[in-house]
Write a protein that binds this ligand. Sequence first.
Ligand SMILES: NC(=O)c1ccc[n+]([C@@H]2O[C@H](COP(=O)([O-])OP(=O)(O)OC[C@H]3O[C@@H](n4cnc5c(N)ncnc54)[C@H](O)[C@@H]3O)[C@@H](O)[C@H]2O)c1
Length: 276
Amino acid sequence: MQDFNGRVAVITGGASGIGLGMARAFAGAGMKLVLGDLDTEALDAVTEELTTAGAEVVGRRCDVSQPSEIEALADRAIDTYGGVNVLCNNAGIGIPTATHKMKLDDWRWIIDVDLWGPIYGVHTFLPLIEEQGEGHINATSSMAGLIAGGMMGAYNVAKHGVVALMATLERDLRGRKSPITASVLCPGPINTNISRHSVQYRPGQAKPKADGETSGKVASSIQAILERGMDPDEVGRLVLEAIGSGQFWILTHPRWTKTLQKQLDAMNDDWSLPKA
Ligand SMILES: NC(=O)c1ccc[n+]([C@@H]2O[C@H](COP(=O)([O-])OP(=O)(O)OC[C@H]3O[C@@H](n4cnc5c(N)ncnc54)[C@H](O)[C@@H]3O)[C@@H](O)[C@H]2O)c1
């Protein structure tokens, strides 16, 4: 897909961080936008920002872990613009917890949002996008979708699942000569509010404790790494360029693939699991 002007993009988690970066880049390229997010206040602010800048944008509250809400987002896009060309399954959350401390409710919540969200997105939007005769489906995974570091079990499982979902989708699309393409975004550290949002949205009363269960220390060192991370607007521009040039893998920190290479080497050398 190279001509973005007038095309319609749906972005989940579009009210903050990487999703907002994509929304800004896509609007700058003349695309019409449908943004889905849990945070209606942020959605209103972003819609106003982009509309003032001259873009056509609508926002809708959407919980990506609910298939009916993804369908309602698709209905909103069709009712407003008559079709959809690009979907970015981007909304996501994560809480660092050691595997032995992870509650089943947290496993379910993280996998529901981070993996079932993109699955519902593909299921609902694929036929709608194919109907347009051209288009693209992207999903935001993570470097955690390629390398499973410690403390992030549910997130790693979900993000590995997203890579598998998108690689399978792209191969299936090519296999049946579909006019649409797919890609996966695997960011390294990006300076966003994901830690704050994840704590805010975590279901139930249990909030992170500084006792090893969603360890306060781990959470604050992750936060410090994110604050030194890439600007999410730069990620939005990278995604736009990558879709335009037909890339499948979209990496913000390509040098980090060395860790992946180390894992592959160890697999062949002594069958060990090296440090991530
Ligand atoms: N920030 C990073 O360093 C980083 C690195 C790798 C991958 N990612 C991934 O990037 C994506 C975007 O995260 P971000 O860093 O921009 O965080 P963010 O919190 O700034 O943005 C995520 C948006 O998703 C929304 N959201 C959360 N749960 C939702 C749900 N159930 N339904 C709909 N919307 C929901 C939030 O309200 C927020 O607006 C996520 O999938 C995340 O896992 C982020």
